[in-house]
Design a binder for this molecule. Structure first.
Ligand code: GDP
Length: 297
């Protein structure tokens, strides 16, 4: 289960206060030491942990907690509020173009779940907004990515524009955009190539596709299971492409929590959606407050 270790450790740390009537500064310090370790063990970015602990500690040695008859509850409240803050406070809606089409460019490393997420997003738009999305298959390097998108498209009844794997992806996008505009699709979702790691060729190609398509949204898909690596990947993509949002996938797995808690603070970009399974319906809007509640258990 996701966050299992983190939830247990946070609860244990705070529960020690429940046995006390009134708490001292030293008690708060001890709890904060344990919270710090719990976050580091959950693979949260070092600097994020440092700032988080400092903020919570400052609030917790104030009257709110020390004078309280229910100090543990007060600390839970503070930790909860600061978790929500570190994850961006509010949900971030998808950017929408004032006139159709809204163009969404999906980017990410191979295996993160980019192609699957492109399909999930198309289905979500279709079901929730009665939209008529078009998918463009421009991931020509991963074997079978084009076929995978075609099959996904058939399953969710969304058209997929593809030109096989022998055509330059920038050209595929050019023609796909022209078709989408002609057919008056309201959303065009471009599935771009990923690689095993960030490299210059990949970034150049993505920069060209960005330049050509002028997307309203560049959604970076990262795998929550990869922890701080996901955060580094997000930072790398963001510095080169200035992404507009992140999709955190595989939160149905036993991820420790590091990516969910670090990405916003490290990159400044919001997590917009979370993937919670392999089915096409397993994509949800990311709500920082719900995630904080889930983490605190
Ligand atoms: P891409 O290389 O980034 O396009 O990755 P794919 O979309 O092909 O996804 C790689 C694998 O991850 C596939 O087996 C997907 O079914 C799986 N996957 C994607 N998103 C999720 C998710 O949210 N949860 C789980 N459990 N698996 C996912």
């Amino acid at each position: 289960m996701a966050f299992e270790g983190l939830t247990e450790r946070l609860q244990n740390a705070i529960s020690k206060l429940r046995r006390k009537g009134k708490v001292s500064e030293a008690d708060v310090k001890e709890v904060m030491r344990e919270i710090r370790l719990a976050l580091l063990e959950a693979d949260v970015n070092f600097k994020v942990v440092k700032d988080f602990v400092k903020t919570v500690r400052t609030r917790a040695v104030g009257a709110e907690v020390l004078e309280s008859l229910t100090p543990a509850q007060q600390i839970v409240k503070i930790v909860n509020e600061e978790l929500v803050k570190v994850m961006g406070q509010e949900a971030s809606p998808l950017n929408k173009s004032p006139k159709i089409p809204t163009i969404i460019m999906m980017v990410g490393l191979q295996g993160a779940g980019k192609t699957t997420t492109a399909g999930k997003l198309a289905l979500k738009l279709k079901e929730e907004q009665h939209a008529r999305p078009l998918l463009i298959a421009a991931d020509v390097y991963r074997p079978a990515a084009v076929d995978q998108l075609k099959i996904l498209g058939q399953n969710i009844d969304v058209p997929v524009f593809e030109m096989g794997t022998d055509v330059n992806p920038v050209e595929i996008v050019r023609q796909g955009l022209a078709l989408g505009k002609e057919k008056k699709n309201d959303y065009i979702i471009i599935d771009t190539a990923g690689r095993l790691q960030i490299d210059e060729r990949l970034m150049n190609e993505l920069a060209q596709i960005k330049e050509l398509s002028q997307p309203n949204e560049i959604l970076l898909t990262v795998d929550a299971m990869t922890g701080q690596n996901a955060v580094e990947v997000a930072d790398g993509f963001n510095s080169q492409l200035d992404v507009t949002g992140v999709v955190l996938t595989k939160l149905d797995g036993d991820t420790r929590g590091g990516a969910a808690l670090s990405i916003r603070a490290v990159t400044g970009k919001p997590i917009k959606f979370i993937g919670q399974g392999e089915k096409m319906t397993d994509l949800d809007v990311f709500y920082p407050d719900r995630m904080a509640s889930r983490i605190l258990g």
